[in-house]
Design a protein around this ligand. Structure first.
Ligand SMILES: [Zn+2]
Length: 199
């Protein structure tokens, strides 16, 4: 039995399909949208279609952009001899926020995950190898997450890049800033010891 008129039910269903949104939240969002003034509801709908139509992948780094080269690849200030490999466009945003990195990126759009049927061909790995094969790249920083899939993806790519004259590095692991040693898990502590450096 449906509790709401069909168009409202349909809107609830659409929200319920979004990641992390359960039935209750979907209803709340649908009711909120229904309560918006016509103009704002249109802006919301237009923003979805506009993003869908105009956001493309940068032909060099595969990060999301609004057509053509992304601002990072297009910038002469960025060091094109260093490529930071990340799984997701959101990771680019996270690293950019640190303001510590002035190289370029390569966005894989996922990690190798046999359980979810994601293989190397489903990711932007071939374009990365081609980029390195062209020459001019001195270092590739593997910045996938330090979980099983992120590790496996980093190792896989590192192996592919072996034949090229390029340094492949991995982001350091360790204790989070502001964290406490006594609360760190064994794997984190072990990696932090391995990755220690001179001060
Ligand atoms: Zn780019």
């Amino acid at each position: 039995m449906e509790y709401f008129p069909a168009p409202l039910e349909k809107l609830v269903e659409q929200f319920a399909r979004l990641p992390g949104i359960g039935g209750k939240s979907a209803q709340r969002l649908a009711f909120y949208v229904l309560g918006l003034p016509e103009e704002e509801a249109k802006e919301f709908a237009d923003a979805i279609l506009d993003a869908k139509h105009s956001v493309t992948c940068c032909p060099v780094c595969q990060n999301f952009t609004a057509g053509g080269l992304c601002p990072i690849c297009a910038s002469p200030k960025r060091d094109s001899s260093t490529i930071c490999v990340v799984a997701d466009p959101r990771d680019v945003a996270a690293i950019e926020r640190s303001r510590e990195y002035d190289g370029q990126y390569h966005v894989l759009h996922g990690v190798i995950s046999p359980l979810n049927h994601v293989g190397p061909d489903d990711l932007a790995i071939k374009s990365l190898v081609e980029r390195v094969a062209k020459g001019g790249v001195q270092e590739v920083i593997m910045a996938t997450n330090p979980d099983t899939e992120g590790e496996a993806t980093a190792m896989y790519i590192a192996r592919l890049l072996k034949p090229f004259d390029v340094r492949v590095t991995r982001l350091a692991y360790g204790i989070p800033v502001g964290g406490h040693l006594e609360f760190a898990d064994d794997a984190t502590l072990m990696r932090a010891l391995e990755g220690r450096r001179d001060i």
